[in-house]
Design a binder for this molecule. Sequence first.
Ligand SMILES: Cc1cc2nc3c(=O)[nH]c(=O)nc-3n(C[C@H](O)[C@H](O)[C@H](O)COP(=O)(O)OP(=O)(O)OC[C@H]3O[C@@H](n4cnc5c(N)ncnc54)[C@H](O)[C@@H]3O)c2cc1C
Length: 391
Amino acid sequence: MAADRHIAIAGGGVAGLTTALAIAGSGTRVTVCEQAGRFEEVGAGLQVSPNAWRVLQTLGIADRLLPRSVAPHAIRMRRGRDGRQIARVPLGEAAEARWGAPYRVVHRADLQAALVEAVEKTPAITLRTDTHITGFEAKPGGLGVRAEAGPPVACDGLIGADGLWSSIRAQITGEGPPVYSGKVAWRATIPEDAIPHGLDPLETGLWLGRDAHLVQYSVRAGRELNVVAIFADRWSEPGWSAPGDRETVIARFADWHPLARALVAAPQTWVKWALADRAPLKHWGHGPVTLAGDAAHPMLPFMAQGAAMGIEDGHVLGQCLSAGAEIEPAFRAYETRRMQRTARVQREARHNGEIYHLGSIAGRARDTALRLMPTDRLLQRFDWLYGWGRR
Ligand SMILES: Cc1cc2nc3c(=O)[nH]c(=O)nc-3n(C[C@H](O)[C@H](O)[C@H](O)COP(=O)(O)OP(=O)(O)OC[C@H]3O[C@@H](n4cnc5c(N)ncnc54)[C@H](O)[C@@H]3O)c2cc1C
């Protein structure tokens, strides 16, 4: 059975491509159906925590990414208004020693390029671009996956990795649109020569304020600085990259510390993304159909774990489908292994969003608690997350 089975994956994002690489290794033919005509440079930076980097190492992707990524020495948390340090979480060697793999930051396009390159070199994987999947139906002896144009894709199993607005999830659950958070992420990159003085490019910066926060870290081997500004906003259109008005973001941080103001003034262009998630699901699939990545467990970015969870999903699918396992029991075993962990990250991401954006007395209480926390305790809080998969 395993040698000639064919699995289709809807969506060629981080989750879909990682899953393709992980399951093709088990002797399965895979077709990845991606709606886009080409893989564009969507988004900007991605923090790849040790739990995800470890999977990329297993798949041979980490080596390709090493020269294009950065390992920050630490995360420095500061108060937005006056720049006062709240806490410094050591990463670098401390992260690698504690969690068994490095904590690195990459440009999303570099990760996607490394995954596409590996997929294209894997004979068992076919990558079909310009293929928008609209749903699936059971056929005698398998499945038909419907594409907007062209004939259905005949396969034995289907993995919906088609993101936040997944059509495969909609068919499985009958759910409506995702839940908008009332917060919008603004994203930009700053070229090396325009990085404001006073920022250590080898540190990830996290600036906290009432109803807003800023994150900055280096990507592309230090040649660019990635900046994310998140603040409350009623705008809620779907999509990755609506243009954002530079003056709006500058005005939003006008009463923050000069370095934070310099950070948001440096980029010439911004794109924005209305943040949405969904509550954890009780069932991810049925029969020979399952979900992975944001399609399965869309989350707010306040744990920096959405892509990491999709990468972990791919790895576990690879393990469950290996050694000739039948598709349906393998998919159910995969769901059982993934649901609790991803639901916890979804919940913690929502909670972190509230904690990050506290103001006045509650914000000061948060800062004091973090300031007083011993470094080991700061790190220990992430053991369950970043230590995943460590032998
Ligand atoms: C501001 C921000 C910061 C973030 N920072 C981090 C971070 O630091 N670390 C981290 O791990 N995560 C981070 N994330 C989360 C991460 O970006 C997502 O969780 C991740 O990209 C999800 O990957 P995916 O492959 O599941 O979905 P997507 O990236 O959405 O990919 C889905 C793919 O499917 C395609 N598709 C959609 N519908 C169809 C269809 N019907 N037919 C065919 N193809 C289809 C799409 O074109 C796309 O290529 C962040 C998110 C945001 C918004």
